[in-house]
Design a protein around this ligand. Structure first.
Ligand SMILES: [Zn+2]
Ligand SMILES: [Zn+2]
Length: 619
């Protein structure tokens, strides 16, 4: 659709508020198909995917605003039951919210007196400064300075204004036609993004650059792949949803702690950190809570689409933050969106297989589901406890020691060394995951596609190429099991973008259709250095790392995992009527029960023994 057509359809000129818009209907939940002028809405969604905001500025603001203000219109429990619904609030469309801030605090104290009380009463003895809660159940307010700063920061690459025109979208559509990209036959793929979260900054020298999501998304769009998927603008996860895994004291702190421009451990390396927050790994940057809830929101939306059966593969490249713990930030991760999403999957699937191909051990997810046999975790990672984060994930760490704990043997670890190649990794992955799927029979797969396992990563030291990374996605997709693809690590943005673009093309059956040469209209094309999707190892690295994985060790790993899988029942029984309210509580419960059983058993033994001693001898 040309810009002119779009204007005539929407009845408004770009940049100006329209008198009646696509969502300008009385406040209630509507199915997407019920929203008048869906086409306009789709366009604005695509625009937002492209990172553009000028043309449909007001439009987008309203989308974000209305999705943030839902507690007034619908309780969260209702929302969980209706995953396919789009939220609409009355008379908000194309009208910016009239300064909701002053009222916000009183609203908060009215709705959540407990939270308000907790946070205010604590600030006296809190070493970290305090600010009013900025949770996402308050309407977002755009801070203009902040956005300007972001644009300046990335000036060498050009600002988002490069994308602002619908011309870009037309080029993407033409690319889709050229590459013959169509919706995949037989399965549906959904794509979940929140462009707002791409604007945040961990700090100039911090390796995590949310901007890599913009780069990945714009390359995916440049190939026209968005026309083969259902594209969703993800809403931020609510406090209650994050609370399904994370503790309240941690979330409250995250939502109320003041940003700190300088990490606390820079000048004083030994500084004690509250919840591990404020150090150079997990800095307290501006808008932290919003960033976290948006990341979790996109993963949660993906999980809901899988649950409802509307998607067979749901992609959330903004998620995958696998290190976060229930009450602790860790390794650039604050909120464990994967755990929150898997908890959602467990509402409708008896068994979920979690696979992690990030270069780091997926410790947060493993720990969260340690004591359940409904989630099996398999992590492939570099293992060097002395020198490489997080230092856990040895081959012999396979969940709880006690055989009575249902989680025993349901955590598998594949510890690897520097320099592993595509062939070795792919072979091992297919062997291990093939056998796991055969034994565990998962009903859904959560695949964390951390791209720091690629060659040339700023932190990782493997020799994996984009194709080698992608073959894991290919193998999982071939199993025909509903699947979420999460992002994760990845600290060389151009290679992250390549990998996730290639993997998106695999999801929509277009890997063979697209041209390896990057489309000419791809934004920031120069930034990719080589103009191909698949640079060679020689192009990426000056010298490939020597491969420190011996065939003998790889075989050892395979054997050990086979051994573990002998203990796994083909299909553990699951009471589908029970919904796990909080796996932490379940874990405590299970552990308490095991302890009780042991005491009982010991008691019974002692009794038997005593009885035996007291019994008259018989001849
Ligand atoms: Zn709209
Ligand atoms: Zn990582």
């Amino acid at each position: 659709m040309s810009r002119k057509e779009w204007q005539s359809q929407s009845g408004s000129s770009p940049g100006k508020a329209a008198s009646s818009g696509c969502l300008d209907v009385p406040g209630k939940y509507l199915r997407k198909s019920e929203v008048p002028g869906t086409q306009l809405c789709k366009l604005c969604l695509l625009q937002s995917l492209a990172g553009a905001s000028t043309i449909l500025d007001k439009h987008l603001e309203v989308h974000l605003w209305s999705s943030a203000g839902f507690p007034d219109t619908q309780p969260p429990s209702q929302l969980q039951k209706t995953p396919s619904l789009l939220l609409v609030t009355p008379a908000t469309h194309h009208k910016a919210p009239s300064s909701p801030r002053p009222e916000a605090e009183s609203r908060l104290s009215r709705q959540h007196p407990l939270l308000w009380h907790r946070t205010t009463s604590r600030h006296m003895d809190n070493p970290y400064a305090w600010r009013p809660p900025k949770s996402n159940y308050l309407p977002h307010k755009k801070v203009e300075d902040h956005n300007e700063l972001v644009v300046q920061e990335y000036e060498p690459l050009g600002g988002p204004e490069q994308l602002e025109d619908a011309v870009f979208l037309n080029k993407c559509r033409r690319a889709a036609q050229n590459y013959n990209i169509t919706r995949p036959k037989g399965h549906t793929v959904s794509f979940h993004v929140n462009p707002e979260m791409e604007k945040y900054h961990f700090g100039l020298t911090h390796p995590m650059k949310p901007w890599r999501l913009t780069l990945a998304k714009s390359l995916i769009m440049s190939y026209g792949m968005n026309f083969a998927m259902d594209n969703y603008l993800a809403r931020a996860a609510t406090y209650e949803e994050l609370n399904s895994f994370h503790s309240e004291d941690y979330l409250d702190f995250l939502a109320t702690v003041a940003p700190e421009p300088v990490p606390r451990d820079i000048d004083n390396p030994g500084t004690e950190l509250k919840f591990n927050l404020g150090g150079s790994d997990c800095p307290l940057f501006e808008g932290l809570y919003d960033y976290c809830s948006m990341s979790a929101g996109s993963s949660l939306d993906a999980a809901r689409k899988i649950c409802s059966g509307q998607s067979d593969i749901a992609i959330a490249w903004g998620g995958g933050l696998h290190h976060a713990k229930k009450t602790e930030a860790s390794g650039f991760c604050y909120i464990n969106d994967i755990v929150v999403a898997i908890l959602q999957l467990l509402r409708c699937f008896p068994r979920v297989l979690y696979i992690d191909i990030d270069v780091h051990h997926g410790d947060g997810v493993e720990e969260a589901f340690l004591s359940t046999d409904r989630v099996m975790t398999v992590s492939f990672h570099k293992y060097d406890p002395q020198n490489f984060f997080p230092g856990t994930g040895a081959l012999t760490d396979n969940g709880p020691q006690s055989e009575q704990n249902p989680g025993a043997h349901h955590a598998l670890n594949v510890p690897l060394q520097d320099g592993i190649t595509d062939e070795q990794y792919g072979m091992l992955f297919r062997n291990v995951i093939g056998e796991v799927i055969q034994k565990f029979r998962p009903s859904a797969i959560a695949l964390q596609c951390g791209a720091d396992s690629l060659a040339g990563d700023r932190l990782g030291k493997f020799n994996l190429q984009v194709q080698g990374h992608g073959q894991c996605v290919e193998f999982c997709k071939a199993q025909n099991i509903p699947m979420i693809l999460f992002g994760g690590g990845g600290y060389t943005p151009r290679n992250v973008a390549r990998a996730w673009t290639h993997e998106t093309s695999i999801a929509i059956d277009a890997a063979d259709k697209i041209d390896a040469t990057l489309p000419l209209h791809a934004p920031w094309r120069d930034h990719f250095r080589q103009e191909t999707l698949f640079p060679t190892l020689e192009q990426i690295l000056e010298a490939p790392k020597p491969n420190r994985n011996t065939p003998k060790r790889i075989e050892e790993i395979r054997m050990h995992i086979s051994e573990q899988l002998r203990f796994v029942n083909a299909a553990p029984s699951v009471q589908m009527s029970t919904i796990p309210p909080d796996l932490g509580a379940i874990r405590d419960e299970v552990e308490a029960r095991i302890k009780e059983e042991r005491v009982e058993r010991d008691d019974a033994l002692r009794k038997l023994h005593e009885e035996a001693v007291g019994m008259p001898m018989e001849f």
